[in-house]
Design a protein around this ligand. Structure first.
Ligand code: COA
Length: 355
């Protein structure tokens, strides 16, 4: 008799064999808040310039939410679009993964708010906190449930509201100009893969972490690591509630780790760089992605970028990129697509998909 653990409507079968089931993306959607904030707009509130930002990062504008809009509000819009494109309703889902580092609240995770806003109850809603690599981590975790036959349809979302957590004075200019708000989502479905060369599916994910660099890109507070309170006036006076970054360290590691992760994915699956039809990298800095493409020997026309319009939307970046690539006609059925991300932690990883 197979022992089972029941969580909501999900039954995890203990000792279930790894099957030939694989994840296929059957739905895709994104949502960007309508308010456009240009580099010139930022230059009105801090000492920066369009020239500096474009030259160093390639970013021209980003989106910021207005009013009470939260991360789960963006997530639910992207999720509805992904479900619509799959021809599904929320009730068809077995699980939800939401990757974010800008949650609605300290706890519970924003996945529970997303679940409620989708009109659901009962199914597991899991938050993933892996920064800019969050979507690839969430994709990988969802894929494990599908491969073991534990779930058939999973919503995987990346969503961020950064604009409310940035230091908008000149003190924060090195980071504030880099980030934007947005959300993207995919719906995964379990399928039997008969022809791995042709069938649309997620081939593999590779995930990495090096916590020695945790403080090279982080938000120090609110925190259980200091004194007695998770937040106090001294922390606020120091600006510990804002992101801090060692930009050079991030740059140096990102241009090394993303190509490594792509190369491992290709080797694992028996493909060469030339076999890849489209690269969708995390969007932190256009110069990083140019360097990554150069190291890989990937031609510019195979690299899809959104950074110019949306800046760095952290966990939302990859699904937004996929959605924009489909809308632009750059990502079509049958293509081999390589995803790679790098972010705080440091964390990094890759995913290879037959679209
Ligand atoms: N506008 C104008 N000047 C700025 C600025 C801004 N927004 N931000 C920083 N500067 C200034 C600095 O104060 C510094 O001035 P100084 O020389 O008088 O001290 C000067 O520009 C150069 O700063 P520096 O940090 O050396 O620039 P850089 O060439 O390393 O580029 C980044 C900075 C942030 C663009 C670059 O380090 C980077 O992209 N790193 C990766 C960041 C990233 O990807 N983060 C997210 C990862 S997921």
């Amino acid at each position: 008799m197979v022992a089972c653990v029941t969580i909501g409507q999900l039954v995890l079968k203990e000792g279930a064999p790894v099957t030939s089931l694989r994840s296929r993306v059957i739905g895709l959607g994104s949502f960007l808040p309508p308010r456009v904030v240009t580099n010139d707009d930022l230059a009105q509130i801090m000492d920066t310039s369009d020239e500096w930002i474009v030259q160093r990062t390639g970013i021209k504008e980003r989106r910021w939410v207005e009013g009470v809009t939260s991360t789960s509000d963006l997530a639910v819009e992207a999720s509805r679009r992904a479900l619509d494109s799959a021809g599904l309703t929320p009730e068809d889902l077995d699980m939800i993964f939401l990757a974010t580092i800008s949650p609605d609240h300290f706890f519970p995770g924003s996945g529970v708010f997303l679940q409620t806003k989708l009109g659901l109850a009962g199914i597991p809603a899991i938050d993933v906190r892996q920064q800019c690599t969050g979507f690839i981590y969430a994709l990988s975790m969802a894929d494990q449930y599908i491969r073991t036959g534990s779930a058939r349809k999973i919503l995987v979302v990346g969503a961020e509201v950064h604009s409310k957590g940035l230091d908008k004075s000149t003190n924060g200019r090195d980071i504030t100009v880099l980030f934007g708000d947005g959300a993207g989502a995919v719906v995964l479905e379990a399928m039997e893969v008969n022809n791995p060369q042709l069938d649309s599916h997620l081939l593999s994910t590779h995930l990495y972490t090096d916590g020695a660099h945790a403080e090279d890109l982080w938000v120090p507070a609110v925190s259980t690591a200091y004194d007695e309170q998770i937040v106090d006036q001294r922390m606020l006076d120091r600006g510990d509630q804002y992101p801090k970054m060692n930009g050079r360290q991030v740059f140096v590691h990102a241009v090394k780790r993303m190509p490594e992760a792509v190369e491992i994915a290709l080797e694992h699956n028996g493909y060469q760089i030339d076999d890849v039809d489209l690269f969708v990298f995390h969007q932190a800095n256009l110069r990083i992605n140019e360097a990554v493409a150069h190291r890989l020997g990937a031609p510019e026309e195979k690299v899809f970028n959104t950074i110019e319009k949306y800046a760095n939307t952290t966990a939302a970046t990859i699904p937004i990129g996929l959605d924009e690539a489909v809308k632009a006609g750059r990502l079509q059925p049958g293509m081999l697509v390589a995803l790679a991300a790098f972010g705080g932690g440091f964390t990094w990883g890759s995913a290879l998909l037959r679209w």
